[in-house]
Design a protein around this ligand. Structure first.
Ligand SMILES: [Zn+2]
Ligand SMILES: [Zn+2]
Length: 137
């Protein structure tokens, strides 16, 4: 089965995922812009059982008003993956920063969310649905 490694900027911290993600989503919300330092975030969602290895020291971070806990490299701070502390995502799911794979075989985004707060020059690939706010239920 396909295995992909998501690695931080400095290379000290990585996680290995087996199989393809169930969903890849781009998000233009202002939190994703600030979290990534980029114009939008790309998250690849997996089942927790697909994470078959972790390597290096992590630092966990959670905003005071949110339930999502970000696992960052303890040395360089790259947010490599994240999951909620509660069932707010429907449970049994985690998100990995798409760019940390640096792997061209990773499936492209299935959707773009929070386009209303996105930069006007950011567009989605042809045929990929764009939602002004959160994802549809
Ligand atoms: Zn690092
Ligand atoms: Zn977002």
């Amino acid at each position: 089965m396909t295995q992909r490694v998501a690695r931080c900027f400095c290379g000290d911290y990585s996680v290995t995922l087996e199989g393809d993600p169930m969903l890849v989503s781009s998000c233009c919300c202002t939190r994703c812009q600030r979290r990534t330092g980029s114009f939008f975030g790309v998250t690849a969602y997996f089942r927790p059982g697909q994470m078959v290895a972790q390597s290096g020291a992590e630092k966990a971070f959670r905003l005071d008003d949110a339930t999502t806990r970000f696992r960052q490299c303890a040395r360089c701070g790259t947010p490599v993956w994240y999951a909620p502390d509660d069932e707010s995502w429907g449970g049994d799911i985690l998100g990995v920063s798409g760019g940390c794979f640096a792997d061209h075989t990773l499936p492209g985004p299935h959707r773009m969310t929070h386009a209303a707060t996105g930069h006007p020059f950011v567009t989605s690939p042809k045929g990929v649905p764009v939602y002004p706010d959160g994802p549809p239920e």
